[in-house]
Design a protein around this ligand. Structure first.
Ligand SMILES: O=C(O)C1=C[C@@H](OP(=O)(O)O)[C@@H](O)[C@H](O)C1
Ligand SMILES: C=C(OP(=O)(O)O)C(=O)O
Length: 409
């Protein structure tokens, strides 16, 4: 599906948007509810990634296909490793077979798991024969993906002796690890995180509990992008959000003050307002703790004609696509002066955005959604626009609600 995008008439944003639950919180909650059935979940994400996770958890024999979902791949690897009697092959999209999993597989194997590679060593697909894991200490590199760590933490309370993890190297995407620990605490599991050691204590049963998933902050980022490019006075209301978030991407509220967007926290909602504050010409952010909003921020800076220096982007190369290369190619097509390394991105302030450019999306939902706000400034096309369903299936309809004119070509 190829879409043609034009911003709202006279730049008048029309409506308030309700976004469904965070896919990160949802996929953790789903796994925990498979281990502890008296967990109820509300405001679950309607994303493809949450759906494949829920479906994967139902299977006990045969092949589980998780498509593009990194969290589902990593979390289910931990889950099935500790499910005695279950035997599955975990596989996914072509890109998933290029996303590394060796660090997690090695850690699980050292705990006693039985996992083998079906094709290439270190990458999915993998075959798992569930075991009763009784060892309780493992050390693993922490600088590649926090999902490996969360995977181990999520199964930890169900292991006979709990788990002690020693994290080696500079820990990346830390808020996602803290989110996992916070959810464990919320269901009554004892945890500790001191220096580079995390402990999770075993738990046989938990008291009935409802996990209320907060709406997705990464999805909210696209509205921050729209608001930043809108006229002063523009307001966008998003639900259901809270000030004390488990999601690291809530740092958006702070980051976007540099782009003149003010956030007010209301009752279960946030109100974004574009102020007339002059936008900084040079913007420096370390996004090692919030990698999923890097694309949004880069596009916002380009759209505003201001510069940025983004660091901490070392995980972007192994996500749904090589996001650094993809940003470089697509922003260059629009007229940006951008350079990237394997962990940083620089944009030089520029004037003007080329019109009617077709943005390629590389099977990456965030490429489609991050570029969409540019319709506030120019007309553009988005190729393979259905990719958004990975995390935010309602995205294009929600933009229509705001007043965007979106036509299928
Ligand atoms: O644990 C999670 O829910 C996630 C962790 C992050 O991955 P990395 O830890 O690989 O950076 C993030 O990019 C991803 O979208 C979701
Ligand atoms: C990186 C992402 O997801 P995952 O790693 O779960 O595929 C994302 O949603 O931006």
């Amino acid at each position: 599906m190829k879409l043609h995008l034009t911003g709202p008439e006279n730049h008048q944003i029309k409506d308030a948007i309700t976004i469904t639950g965070s896919k990160s919180e949802s996929n953790r909650s789903l796994l925990l509810s498979a281990l502890f059935p008296n967990i109820e979940i509300t405001n679950l994400s309607n994303s493809d990634d949450a759906q494949v996770m829920a479906k994967g958890l139902q299977i006990s024999q045969g092949t589980v296909d998780i498509h593009h979902a990194g969290t589902a791949m990593r979390f289910l690897t931990g889950y099935f490793s500790a499910q005695e009697g279950k035997e599955v092959v975990l596989t996914g999209s072509k890109r998933m077979t290029e996303r590394p999993i060796k660090i997690l597989v090695d850690a699980l194997k050292s705990l006693g798991a039985e996992i083998s590679y079906v094709q290439d060593e270190g990458y999915p697909p993998i075959k798992i024969k569930g075991q009763n894991l009784v060892k309780d200490k493992v050390s693993l590199p922490a600088d590649v993906s926090s999902q490996y760590i969360s995977s181990l933490l999520l199964i930890a309370p169900s292991l006979e002796n709990g788990l002690e993890l020693e994290l080696v190297g500079k820990i990346t995407s830390v808020p996602y690890i803290k989110m996992t620990l916070a959810l464990l605490e919320e269901i009554g599991v004892e945890t500790s995180f001191k220096d580079n050691v995390i402990k999770v204590f075993p738990k046989n049963e938990i008291a009935p509990v409802t996990l209320v998933v907060e709406s997705d902050w990464s999805s909210a980022s696209y509205y921050y992008g729209i608001c930043a490019l809108a006229a002063p006075g523009t307001k966008i209301t998003l639900s259901a959000y809270k000030q004390q978030s488990l999601q690291g991407d809530s740092v958006l509220a702070e980051i976007y003050t540099s782009f003149g967007v003010e956030t007010t926290f209301g009752d279960n909602k946030i109100i974004l307002k574009k102020t007339d504050k002059e936008v900084d010409m040079e913007n420096v952010f370390d996004l090692a703790n919030a990698p999923d909003i890097a694309q949004t921020i880069a596009v916002t800076c380009f759209g505003l004609g201001v510069g940025c220096h983004l660091t901490g982007l070392h995980t972007l190369k192994i996500k749904e696509t090589d996001r650094l290369e993809a940003l470089h190619t697509e922003l260059t097509k629009l007229g940006a002066n951008i350079s990237v390394t394997d962990k940083e991105l620089d944009i030089v302030p520029s004037i003007g955005i080329l019109e009617n450019i077709a943005i390629d999306t590389y099977n990456d939902h965030r490429m489609a959604m991050a570029f969409a706000p540019l319709a506030m400034k120019t007309t553009l096309k988005v190729n393979d626009a259905e990719v958004v369903s990975k995390s935010y299936p309602d995205f294009w309809n929600d933009l229509r609600k705001l007043g965007f004119d979106i036509k299928e070509l």
